[in-house]
Design a protein around this ligand. Structure first.
Ligand code: GLP
Length: 244
């Protein structure tokens, strides 16, 4: 779906999230959300905060799993996805911090495999993700599933692509400060979500969106795997859709 601007598109995505939360809350069930970081979803989070403040949307029955976190990364570092999520969403709504799950960038190397298996188990124990929202990196990564990621991959430690690290350089005050690794949900993890929404704004994303939507399905561009899914929607602004 192509919208004239990212604000209109973001409000539509926030409305979809709100609808799921309301429907599930009415049935007495939790809503299990897969969340993303980066500039792309910020307006969605702003709108969710507005819906909480002005329209009484409650997050009491919402359980969240974030896609990824840099590694190594302490949870209170400014550039951590942990800080990002609290800054843009969790600190402003009534979510129970116990229901928030973000990959732990402060783990000892030896504990990562067990943590990742447990992350998958927890998602399954909650009944799976109702909705996963995604941005897209210029390498075609979703989460931090860089080129070469397998379609059935699970949560794991990965190495970041050089282009991804260059794109993050500004946030870290130079590429040399960008971690070389990250913990990410896998492509397989993402695919299990009952609904997937990938968002992209800006002409900067036009080329990778064209490849993701119209290109040959290949590990070289992990987002192309989404072409296999019948429950994914690409939500774009006109600039991001301009090469389609
Ligand atoms: C990071 C995140 C991705 C995100 C991507 C795009 O690499 N790990 O989940 O989709 O950046 O970021 P942005 O939305 O800032 O363009």
């Amino acid at each position: 779906k192509v919208y004239p601007d990212m604000l209109t598109a973001s409000k539509t995505v926030a409305q979809r999230i709100a609808t799921i939360i309301k429907q599930k809350t009415q049935k007495g069930e939790n809503t299990i959300l897969g969340l993303a970081t980066g500039v792309t979803p910020i307006a969605v989070y702003n709108e969710l905060v507005r819906l909480y403040r002005e329209e009484g949307l409650s997050f009491k029955n919402v359980v969240t799993f974030n896609l990824d976190e840099y590694y190594p990364m302490s949870p209170d570092t400014l550039q951590s996805y942990n800080v990002f999520m609290y800054k843009h969403l969790f600190s402003h709504v009534d979510i129970d911090p116990e229901n928030v799950h973000i990959p732990d960038g402060a783990l000892k190397q030896d504990d990562i495999t067990a943590f990742c298996l447990d992350y998958e188990k927890k998602i399954t124990a909650y009944g799976g993700l109702d909705l996963q929202i995604l941005g897209i990196g210029r390498t075609g990564h979703i989460g931090f599933n860089e080129p070469g990621s397998a379609p059935n991959s699970g949560t794991r430690l990965v190495s970041l692509d050089e282009l991804t690290r260059s794109d993050a350089a500004y946030d870290f005050g130079g590429k040399a400060n960008v971690p070389v690794k990250a913990i990410t949900m896998g492509i397989g993890t993402i695919f299990k979500a009952r609904e997937i929404i990938l968002m992209a704004w800006n002409a900067k994303k036009a080329e990778i969106i064209k490849k993701a939507v119209e290109g040959e399905i290949s590990a070289d561009i992990p987002a192309t795997y989404l072409q296999h899914s019948d429950h994914v929607e690409f939500v774009l602004d006109t600039d991001a859709a301009s090469a389609l």
